[in-house]
Design a protein around this ligand. Structure first.
Ligand code: FPP
Length: 261
């Protein structure tokens, strides 16, 4: 179901937003570098994820304060299932803990919680907790926090193609009815606008199967900062960088009146 998000809250007057005249509507983040952060400190990798969860809190809080209506975080990829069982279990436990600890804050700040990805692969307790958080926050309308869990961009596209093929098989649609717009309606993320900005931390410069369909015209920002070190200032820098980009969406940049050839 499409929903309207009105990010501007009455308390937004208290925050100086003069630096953010052209905010992105949707920010997506590949939170990378938790393991390296921990290894550098001779700590178990799980401690890196725990520190990463603090960065999640920071970025969610800043997004809400800065009136960014959609924030999508890559918290666990389809490929992450191949990690050692202990690490996977620790990540699942962290997720449950995060939801338990943050549900009230989400409600207080009218943040709607949602998940994209193959949730049926998640442990039952996580699956249930997600559903509970989605249900309880379903009327929240200031911001949408989406976690990509057990997520693969290619799988999302394949699932959408299968669903479309079924509709054709049932005679509801014909193959010619398919357009890029209609196809988007079959994606898990159909309720989200495409990201305006994708941030990846830790110095890796790739998109790693994240929101492949949706990032066609997204601005990309890469930083060497490891995710647990990603501060409010780093986030602000990413948004400043975004604001300097000229987004043409394949056009020339000149309006037709200015004589574009
Ligand atoms: C990548 O770091 C990060 C992940 C695989 C998981 C992200 C999880 C969190 C930030 C914590 C829990 C999330 C929530 C929403 C509470 P990596 O392990 O690949 O790091 P490395 O590349 O340095 O090994």
């Amino acid at each position: 179901m499409k929903h309207t998000i009105n990010a501007e809250s009455p308390d937004s007057e208290k925050v100086d937003l003069s630096w953010l005249s052209n905010p992105p509507r949707h920010v997506a983040v590949i939170m990378d570098g938790n393991g390296r952060w921990a290894t550098k400190r001779h700590l178990p990798r799980v401690m890196g994820h725990r520190a990463g969860a603090e960065s999640v809190r920071r970025v969610v809080t800043a997004s809400r304060q800065w009136n960014i209506p959609y924030l999508t975080l890559y918290a666990f990829s389809w490929e992450n299932w191949t990690r050692p069982r202990l690490e996977v279990n620790a990540l699942m436990a962290l997720l449950e803990e995060f939801i338990d600890q943050e549900i009230q804050t989400m409600l207080n700040n009218s943040i709607r919680f949602s998940v994209v990805g193959a949730r049926e692969r998640l442990p039952e307790s996580v699956f249930k907790k997600i559903r509970m958080a989605e249900d309880r926050t379903s009327a929240c309308d200031r911001m949408v926090l989406t976690l990509a869990l057990s997520y693969s961009g290619r799988e999302e596209i394949v699932k959408a193609a299968t669903a479309f093929a079924r509709d054709v098989q049932k005679g509801i649609l014909s193959p010619e009815d398919l357009s890029a717009e209609r196809f988007s309606d079959y994606l898990d993320s159909r309720d989200l606008p495409p990201p305006d900005l994708l941030i990846r931390t830790s110095g890796e410069v790739r998109v790693s199967n994240f929101l492949l369909w949706q990032i066609a015209y997204t601005e990309l920002h890469f930083t060497r900062t490891l995710w647990p070190d990603f501060s409010e200032e780093d986030y602000r820098r990413a948004l400043m960088d975004y604001q300097e980009r000229v987004r043409r969406f394949g056009r020339t940049g000149a309006t037709p009146d200015e004589g574009a050839i």
